[in-house]
Ligand binder design. Structure first.
Ligand SMILES: CC(C)(COP(=O)(O)OP(=O)(O)OC[C@H]1O[C@@H](n2cnc3c(N)ncnc32)[C@H](O)[C@@H]1OP(=O)(O)O)[C@@H](O)C(=O)NCCC(=O)NCCS
Length: 318
């Protein structure tokens, strides 16, 4: 038995923050941001929105596309770095918003690799027959953990959510999943603050060594894509669509170049919503499914890297 994605959905908050808007907030320029990152705008959640609100909209669209209703879902996994609260999990809050009475629901915290981790986990539940229909969501409100005075990070991130419904199938589906982590890099990309004694202790904003992240990302993304294709006796050139984590156009281009994958086989959405962390892969996937680029039978590779460091890939037949 395999697991197969049968519906995708996404949601971006209404408010758009352009590079020009950022020029009036910090010492930056549209030209610097576009040439270094490929980003032209990002979406920002309203003050009263929480990650489960964004997740709800994306989930409803994914379930509608799958032709399923809430009562059909028997597993919810939410990947997020910006949960609604310390606990309960955003997955439990989403479950309640969806009106689902009882099914396992939990969060996965693997930062920008979160969706790949969540999908790999859901695949194990579904392909083993433990669950029939899993809802897998990436949802983030990074605008809450950005220092809006720090030009080196505030231009990079945005808010959004993406979701898929994964169901049992006798045809592939997910072919293989590949997860990695190396905690020795935890200081390179982090939000080091925590809550203790009724207060935030330490820095509650993103702290990043940009060039170290860049080099590491290109190296491990190439490696994990090679690992995924060779596990299936394939070559990178067999991939119909590469759906990378949307952090930075230059990371995406460098990875594709090393793999010999032409850019017209790579789905790009970073220009329109910046780095939405765990939401970025399902957002890009949903865009390419809905605009008709991805067809039945095609080979699709999802890959991501993020704080931890964590990295991973999912290879699937659409
Ligand atoms: C962040 C990143 C775009 C910076 O690009 P870079 O080419 O490495 O630029 P540098 O960090 O070398 O900085 C170059 C200069 O630009 C400046 N700068 C940084 N942010 C700026 C901004 N928003 N606007 C204008 N100048 C900026 C720096 O202060 C530095 O100035 P200096 O030379 O006077 O010190 C790049 O390192 C990157 O994309 N890293 C990966 C980040 C990422 O994807 N993180 C998430 C992974 S999941």
């Amino acid at each position: 038995m395999y697991s197969k994605i049968i519906g995708t959905g996404s949601y971006l908050p209404e408010k758009i923050l352009t590079n020009r808007d950022l020029e009036s907030m910090v010492n930056t320029s549209d030209e610097w941001i576009r040439t270094r990152t490929g980003i032209t705008q990002r979406h920002i959640a309203s003050e009263d929105q929480v990650a489960s609100d964004l997740a709800l909209y994306a989930s409803q669209k994914a379930m509608e596309a799958a032709g399923l209703s809430s009562k059909d879902i028997d597993l919810i996994i939410v990947a997020t770095t910006t949960p609604d609260m310390v606990f309960p999990s955003t997955a439990c809050i989403l479950q309640n918003k969806l009106g689902i009475e009882n099914c396992p629901a939990f969060d996965v915290q693997a930062v920008c690799s979160g969706f790949v981790y969540a999908l790999a986990t859901a695949d194990m539940f579904v392909s083993s027959g433990k669950c029939r229909n899993a809802l897998v969501v990436g949802t983030e409100i990074y605008s809450k953990i950005i220092d809006w005075n720090d030009r080196s990070t505030c231009v990079l991130f945005g808010d959004g959510a993406g979701a898929v419904v994964l169901t049992q199938s006798d045809q592939p589906g997910i072919l293989s999943t590949h997860l990695h982590a190396s905690g020795s890099y935890s200081d390179v990309l982090s939000v080091p603050g925590s809550i203790s004694g009724g207060k935030v202790q330490g820095n509650p904003y993103i702290n990043m060594e940009g060039s170290t992240v860049f080099k590491f990302a290109v190296k491990v993304l190439e490696e994990v894509v090679q690992e995924a294709v060779s596990k299936n006796n394939l070559q990178p050139s067999d991939i119909d669509w590469l759906i990378p984590h949307q952090a930075n156009i230059r990371i995406i281009q460098s990875t594709a170049k090393k793999l010999g994958i032409p850019m017209d086989k790579v789905v790009i959405a970073v220009d329109k919503h910046g780095n939405t962390s765990a939401a970025s892969i399902p957002l890009a996937l949903d865009i390419a499914v809905r605009d008709g680029r991805i067809h039945s039978g095609q080979l699709v590779l999802l890959e991501g890297v993020g704080g931890g460091f964590t990295w991973g890939a999912v290879l699937l037949r659409w």
